[in-house]
Design a binder for this molecule. Structure first.
Ligand code: ADP
Ligand code: MG
Length: 252
């Protein structure tokens, strides 16, 4: 893909053109191009060190690309004059480490940004937060502090917190990798529901069964490039590239 201008279609929610990222001398992203459409669930898989986290972090400009352009709902976040904070409010991000505020309750974790950043009034923010805590199955734990919750519950609060900013799309970076195995299922089930509700999602994950079931498209990355992408039944079920087959043999 050589195109470097946005499509102009608001249903093309994330547009990435020829994205490169180097840390010092090391180039970890070597020309990534892809478009994520409204309501699409894209799972990004690949070996450790292949650049998956760097890719997601470039999408919301937590990392500054070395080269290439990224458009979020046709606003260019890589434009030097972009209102990055404004564009970021359109994207919820959930990390491996939940990063909840430890001194705030689950409810307060979900209301602080809507009140401070979106200038919502407290009652409205709390109503919205309660709906999102209900959605992740923690409607009765709003008063709990993070330390009183299991890892899986904390991650579900982190999802509710991201949803409370009313994002247009959600980015997940290995949201279940830090969890004890018995806690993974509840988090994946919340993500499955979110996908069914029509949320646009870009999900870095090692959960192949989840990717196979929930993804509309799977991107396999290795060495900073997209080696192959397509429907899960093709990329996971019938990979065309040896690098993909080698990776899948190790994780399946
Ligand atoms: P993945 O998420 O696929 O495991 P990452 O995107 O985290 O891969 O990392 C890709 C490569 O970039 C790795 O070699 C990693 O060491 C390197 N890297 C990531 N972040 C930084 C950084 N802030 N400074 C230097 N190197 C980094
Ligand atoms: Mg990573």
């Amino acid at each position: 893909m050589t195109q470097t201008i946005p499509t102009g279609n608001r249903d093309d929610e994330i547009q990435i053109y020829d994205l490169h990222k180097s840390f010092g001398q090391i180039e970890v992203l070597k020309g990534i191009s892809t478009i994520v459409r409204r309501g699409e669930v894209v799972c990004v898989i690949g070996p450790s060190g292949s650049g998956k986290s760097t890719l997601l972090r470039c999408v919301n400009l937590l990392e500054q690309p070395t080269q290439g352009r990224i458009f979020i709902l046709n606003d260019e976040i890589t434009d030097l004059d972009a209102d990055v904070d404004e564009i970021r409010t359109k994207m919820g991000m959930v990390f491996q480490q939940f990063n909840l505020f430890p001194h705030l309750t689950a409810m307060q974790n979900c209301t602080i940004a809507p009140i401070r950043v979106l200038k919502k009034d407290k009652a409205e923010a709390e109503g919205n937060a309660q709906a999102n805590l209900d959605k992740v199955g923690l409607g009765d734990r709003g008063d709990a502090y993070p330390a009183q919750l299991s890892g899986g519950q904390q991650q579900r609060v982190a999802i509710a917190r991201a949803l409370s900013m009313d994002p247009e799309l959600m980015l997940f970076d290995e949201p279940t990798s830090a969890l004890d195995p018995e806690l993974v299922g509840d988090v994946l089930s919340v993500m499955r529901d979110l996908a069914k509700s029509g949320m646009t999602m870009m999900v870095v994950t090692h959960e192949m069964a989840f990717a196979r079931e929930v993804a509309d498209r799977v991107i396999f990355m290795d060495g900073g490039v997209i080696v192959e992408e397509g429907p899960p039944d093709e990329v996971i079920g019938n990979p065309q590239h040896e690098r993909t087959r080698t990776f899948l043999r190790r994780v399946l």
